[in-house]
Write a protein that binds this ligand. Structure first.
Ligand SMILES: [Zn+2]
Length: 360
């Protein structure tokens, strides 16, 4: 048993004995500097984050003003300094060079505004903070950032996505420099297995492209078949990839069932840490998706995932897509997700003796 797995096993035992720790939420306010060209219409804007903030403002507090019963929100004010190096583990040097210098449209719907590149390390740091917190068994965590990332392939951005934050965070969990920076040095240098469960309505082709065939990583996507990015059926590229394409109009019960089957598949791969790439464009009425989900469906799924994977202690959530705001939109659904996670933590701990331990 490696030092890493001994640490994780001890952590799991201690978590059974200690009080419930609240969900941590991370965000990168610099997202406002990533803005579409003036005058043009785009669905991926700061309004998505505004809608989330409005819907969770009464249940969160900042880490500087802790409040009983509220959830800590940590704003990322300084980025992890080695993001470009970390990104080289998931993107080609040619693409990263282009990303650092290009301004304007990357393709017809993916933009890079003048200050976008400066913002991306802050968003990545939000994801890394969430994932290293999960790695340390400090309770479930959620990264609320934009733009989404799961379409960004090894060689290029697409579909509003510029950097594949989820894949980079998955790699970062096993990166010594990342562990040192985020206070996880005590884990040693041993590898942990990381699973990504993608519940965005679109298939995360970028995550598949980056992680297909990679030892120690597994990816499962539950998405709508036949829409963007095109290769969204069930033709997985490698044994560590599971793709499930559902039909237009899919409702919460079927969706939730497939998500949980996907979670069981990931558990069968022996994952130590779970990242949920949580897209909200499956909500009914989203301009880019065709599912018929409600915000309450996200509460149910968040609760069940949390209960189903180590009581939520080793689970990091991150916002991907989701473009419907207002009634029945992303803000309401993120709030439901948070409340579902908290329900799952409380329920999950009751059965934690069977689920909580990590062994090698
Ligand atoms: Zn999407």
């Amino acid at each position: 048993m490696s030092i890493t797995n001994i640490f994780l096993t001890i952590t799991s035992i201690l978590l059974i004995l200690t009080p419930i720790r609240p969900l941590k939420v991370y965000t990168a306010p610099t997202h406002i500097n990533h803005a579409p060209p003036p005058g043009g219409y785009h669905v991926e804007t700061k309004l998505r984050m505004d809608d989330i903030a409005e819907n969770i403002k009464d249940i969160i507090t900042t880490v500087d003003t802790p409040s009983e019963g509220k959830i800590n929100l940590q704003k990322i004010t300084s980025p992890y300094p080695s993001c470009p190096s970390l990104w080289s583990s998931v993107h080609s040097s040619e693409y990263l060079s282009h990303l650092s210098t290009h301004r304007g449209g990357l393709d017809s719907d993916t933009y890079i505004s003048p200050h976008t590149y400066a913002h991306l390390p802050y968003a990545q740091t939000s994801w890394l903070s969430s994932c290293t917190s999960a790695l340390l068994g400090q309770g479930p965590s959620l990264s609320v950032t934009r733009p989404p990332g799961h379409h960004a392939t090894r060689c290029g951005g697409m579909g509003f996505c510029l950097v594949n934050f989820a894949a980079a965070a998955a790699k970062g969990i096993n990166d010594k420099d990342v562990r040192d920076h985020f206070g996880a040095s005590g884990l040693g240098s041993g590898s942990v297995k990381v699973g990504i469960l993608d519940i965005d309505v679109h298939f995360g082709n970028g995550i598949e492209d980056i992680l297909a065939g990679e030892d120690g990583y597994a990816y499962c996507s539950i998405h709508q078949a036949g829409i963007y990015p095109g290769n969204s059926g069930s033709d997985a590229r490698a044994e560590n990839i599971r793709k499930v394409g559902l039909t237009q109009g899919t409702e919460g019960e079927e969706w939730g069932r497939e998500v949980m089957i996907g979670l069981e598949w990931l558990k069968g791969q022996g994952m130590d840490v779970l990242i949920v790439a949580c897209g909200y464009d499956g909500l009914e009425g989203d301009p880019l998706g065709g599912f018929a989900l409600t915000p309450g469906d996200f509460r149910t799924v968040a609760r069940d995932i949390t209960r189903g994977f180590k009581g939520g202690e080793f689970t990091a959530w991150g916002v991907e897509g989701g473009y419907k705001t207002g009634e029945g939109g992303i803000g309401e659904a993120v709030r439901e997700t948070i409340e579902g996670i908290m329900e799952g933590v409380e329920g999950g701990r009751e059965g934690k003796g069977e689920e909580g331990g990590i062994t090698c």
